[in-house]
Write a protein that binds this ligand. Structure first.
Ligand code: BGC
Length: 764
């Protein structure tokens, strides 16, 4: 009896003690936080660290089990506190798909993910619905492989063609960037897993990326570099946001209170979690004070900085607690917390179809003289040239890489519908097999991988192919990846071998009245003016993901009519881009500062304002059909709160197709210098059959009329006439109208923050 009583008492005590330890999800976060020690707090706001070359175990934050990563190859795992019911959650890269290791030690199962097309291609679809499908598919893989957050999408601006991570990003225009990001985020998060929109903000170079100070004026930051993030966070609710590596006007973004708290969390009301980029910044406590809630992947010195700052009062406990609270909220949302039983069997077959459809929707037909494309299937005998036709570059390297189970090269794809010249195929395959064997693996899996030099071909070989084949297709390719910017000489301009091959093929085939189609397998814009006349047709396929070859097939054969358009201008030459004068910063050998002297004049805003002619303008892309634009209507000639503009788009050609219709506004510029016009809306039509018409509509709201007035720290719409231009590209305006705003409108007053510390001067 005594024994029973003792046991009951013991159990009661145990239950009471346990009941006193608040458990995440059962007790309020504040109670869980109160129950934490300060070291637990300092530990929870960072990940488990990361072992990379030069980074030894003793630099890891304490109490870290190196071996622990439930989803092998994912980018980070958070810290667990089992006694408080706090599990570790898993964060994985992005953005072109989930990046985890496909094989695990002592296991026969594989963990391949789908390689989707790169960001630049997704933006070129101008189709939120298509991008959302990609997001949905990626989210399915994240969830079913047991991760909680994908570190994507990348939403920085294409400021300069040499930007090393342009492939991960969307556009030179913030509206396209923001809307594409929002579609991606909404798709992923519909699965109940999170995203991390990145890299906030002005992360436009890879050279010295962890130290470089971006010096820019408030207007350029507000209108160009932050605006895409503002649009995306308003149209979707990304669970997390990643601050960038660079400084803005002297302060690391992750340590920049005005950027991360004043603007993001106060002005934009962002409620998610902010995390640093990997090893970014130089002061963990400053990151906490800035409102950067989580430090990734976490180091011992950051941990110590935080404890020291708490002790000496530089970091208030209430601030640390607020950051811990955001981390707990993220964990509460996660599938791991909900103990979701993931299958390790995502819908890879269905997702591959999504990858193919998206790829074809984002190809941009740049040139198509005498209807060189589409090419009838069947008897056509194709001479297929170019390394990348046989080893198509599916995506970039670095964190944006994806380990896919297979990829369909352009040759694999075309072979399904056409006869490819066997001898060429054998020659390229033999050359590439050998060349790839000679290439050394990079020192770390994230670093850029070398690719073989373009195979040299001889005039005799080409002449023989021109005799025996019906058509030449030449693929020109470029790799892209994290850690390095592109070099003008190799990346931007064609190499001598590429030029020689192109000219030889063009001359030989044209001499026989046969055509040359060029396919561009690239991550960002390259020089084209010097060689584009040599080709009859040019199809920009970007880095199209693992299903690229099948998508190429569909567009070449015409079963899919190309409908992508450029979300970034192709200039005549690199030197036509204003920022080329100071890229990637000064001093040239080891840049620590980059001045954004062009202000808001990036991309078409610059080319139009300064009348610099371009090769292929922003918004441009051909189709196998034609569209006519008619019947523009505007709901009122005077702007009050909103306006609706409608127009009819008719397929006036012979095959079905989709058109990307763009609306630009030219604002009055009496008080402030303004761009000639700016994109304020776009719609991709449905697939229109020949003769069919669709009425499309755009809603213009107050904010669309605004520019950022630094002197007033406000978004202001200036009174006067606004010109409405609807077109097929920024240079092909088909319909015009206008409306009036009777008096100035201060649409949004904001804080006077992010002012440059240094004077921004013109680039010489
Ligand atoms: C990249 C991030 C990435 C992170 C984790 C960093 O080097 O800049 O985009 O998400 O690594 O892999």
């Amino acid at each position: 009896m005594k024994y029973i009583i003792n046991s009951v008492v013991f159990l009661l005590v145990l239950t009471t003690v346990h009941a006193q330890i608040p458990q995440l999800g059962k007790a309020a976060n504040s109670k869980v936080i109160n129950a934490m020690t300060v070291t637990e707090k300092a530990r929870l706001i960072m990940g488990l660290g990361m072992i990379i070359p030069g980074f030894t175990d003793d630099k890891l934050p304490p109490d870290t089990s190196k071996a622990y990563n439930p989803v092998d190859g994912s980018a980070a795992v958070t810290y667990a506190i089992p006694r408080l019911g706090i599990p570790a959650i898993v964060l994985t890269d992005g953005p072109a798909g989930m990046r985890i290791f496909p094989k695990r030690a002592n296991e026969s199962s594989t963990y391949y993910c789908t390689a989707f097309p790169i960001g630049t291609l997704l933006a070129s679809t101008w189709d939120g619905a298509a991008v959302k499908q990609v997001g949905l598919a990626i989210g399915n893989e994240v969830k079913e492989y047991g991760a909680d957050v994908i570190l994507a999408p990348g939403t920085n601006i294409h400021r300069n063609p040499l930007g090393g991570r342009n492939f991960e990003y969307y556009s030179e225009d913030p509206l396209v960037s923001g809307k594409t990001a929002a579609a991606y985020i909404n798709g992923v998060q519909e699965n109940g897993v999170g995203t991390s929109i990145k890299h906030f903000a002005a992360n436009n170079h890879e050279t010295n990326r962890q130290k470089i100070d971006v010096q820019a004026d408030q207007r350029a930051l507000r209108e160009i570099y932050l605006r895409g993030f503002e649009i995306a966070t308003a149209d979707s609710k990304p669970w997390t946001l990643m601050s960038s590596y660079n400084k803005i006007n002297g302060t690391y973004t992750s340590q920049h209170y005005d950027l991360v708290t004043t603007i993001l969390q106060k002005e934009w009301n962002y409620k998610g979690l902010v995390m640093t980029d990997w090893f970014a910044g130089d002061d963990g406590a400053a990151q906490m004070n800035a409102g950067n809630h989580m430090i990734m992947p976490g180091t011992k010195s950051q941990y110590e900085q935080i404890l020291k700052a708490v002790k000496n009062g530089d970091l208030k406990m209430s601030t640390l607690d607020a950051n811990v609270d955001r981390v707990l909220n993220l964990i509460l949302q996660s599938q791991t917390f909900k103990q979701y039983k993931y299958s390790n069997k995502p819908s890879l077959a269905a997702n591959a179809k999504v990858a193919k459809t998206a790829a074809a929707a984002g190809f941009v037909l740049l040139k198509n003289d005498h209807n060189a494309l589409p090419v009838k299937t069947g008897a056509v005998n194709i001479a297929l040239f170019g390394n990348c036709a046989y080893r198509t570059i599916t995506g970039g390297t670095g964190s944006g890489d994806v380990y896919e189970a297979y990829s369909i090269s352009i040759a694999d794809g075309l072979e399904k519908l056409y006869k490819l010249d066997k001898n060429l195929q054998q020659q390229y395959n033999a050359y590439l097999d050998d060349a790839f064997k000679k290439i050394k693996e990079p020192a770390m899996f994230l670093l850029p991988r070398e690719v073989p030099a373009e195979k040299i071909i001889t005039a005799e070989e080409v002449a023989e192919k021109a005799n025996n084949c019906d058509l030449a297709i030449l693929t020109i390719g470029r790799t892209s990846g994290e850690f390095a910017d592109h070099k003008p000489d190799y990346d931007y301009y064609l190499t001598q071998t590429e030029k020689d091959n192109l000219n030889m093929i063009s001359n030989a085939f044209h001499a026989k009245n046969k055509k040359l189609v060029v396919l561009l397998n690239i991550g960002g814009v390259i020089e084209m003016k010097s060689w584009q006349d040599a080709a009859d047709a040019i199809l920009l396929t970007w880095q199209p993901g693992q299903e690229g070859g099948n998508a190429v097939n569909e567009v070449i054969s015409g079963s899919v009519n190309p409908s992508g358009k450029l979300a970034t201008t192709i200039p005549f030459d690199y030197t036509d881009v204003y920022s080329s004068k100071g890229f990637p910063g000064t001093p040239a050998n080891n840049p620590t500062v980059v001045q954004y002297s062009e202000g808001i004049y990036v991309g078409y805003r610059y080319f139009e304002k300064y009348k610099v002619p371009v090769l292929y303008p922003f918004g441009y892309g051909l189709s196998y059909t034609d569209f006519t634009y008619s019947n523009i209507k505007i709901s009122s000639a005077v702007f009050k709160d909103k306006l609706v503009v409608t127009a009819d788009i008719t397929n006036s050609g012979k095959v079905a197709g989709k058109e990307v219709v763009q609306l630009y506004l030219a604002a009055p510029a009496k008080q402030l210098d303004k761009p000639v016009k700016e994109l304020r809306g776009y719609v991709k039509t449905d697939l229109l059959q020949p003769g069919k018409k669709q009425t499309i509509s755009f809603t213009i709201d107050k904010r669309d009329l605004c520019s950022f007035y630094e002197a007033r720290s406000a978004w202001v719409a200036e009174a006067g006439e606004y010109k409405v231009a609807i077109g097929a590209s920024s240079a092909d305006i088909r319909l015009n109208s206008s409306f009036n705003l009777q008096s100035d409108l201060v649409v949004k007053k904001v804080n006077n923050v992010l002012a440059p510390v240094q004077k921004i001067t013109e680039l010489k």
